[in-house]
Design a protein around this ligand. Sequence first.
Ligand code: ATP
Length: 231
Amino acid sequence: MLDIANIETFYGETQALFGSSLRVGEGEVVSLLGPNGAGKTTTLRSILGLTPPRRGQIAFDGRDITNTQTHKIAHMGISWVPDDRRIFPALSVARNLGLGIKKTRFRSWDIDEMFGIFSALEYLMERDCENLSGGEMQMVAISRALLGSPGLVLLDEPSQGLAPKIVQDVMKTVTRLKNEGIAVLIVEQNALAALEVSDRAYVMDRGRIVHEGPAKDLLDNDALRRRLIGM
Ligand code: ATP
């Protein structure tokens, strides 16, 4: 579904990624872990064409998207849930969700299906987003991503600022997406919660991938996990 080969990404003259390679299969959930500044968000920005790589290739759904514009990438079926959620605070939940609707070659979702996943959403539709809690905001951000009919969802720090119970709900939603055949790439500081729902994991450090393997290896092997992600 997603195939990143040897990308090198820069901010001006500062190199942030030094030849990273990463794959996400169809319906696969993959975690991208690592400390602050490791290059996780830059990897997402590279995929989305927000900070295109200077070298290397990115393919999605069998097509090269390395130098494709961000809105075209969205229409090909990649949805993004940014760490700051990027909800328009002055608009209602319904308006924010409406802005996410797209048709792609992948399965499309309607609003009633969103209510099936997030039962509270139905009662929030007319509320302005500035009055939502962090958990409600995340619910809107994930729903908006799904209304974009994705084959791949990029989740940047989905647990950031949320209570543990809400984090569990978010991770359950990830499993639900997987069961629908949607691939998910999760960037997380909260490594354990992400690993629980992931098939595979990559660990980055200072712009390089330093580990790749089944998520279970990191969950089961305390010494390996502590060495790589310090928890
Ligand atoms: P975090 O969890 O803190 O977001 P991260 O793993 O996502 O960390 P990135 O945000 O991708 O890391 O940052 C990778 C490197 O790129 C860091 O050295 C960072 O300082 C640098 N960087 C990120 N954004 C910019 C920018 N806009 N301009 C210059 N350098 C940047």
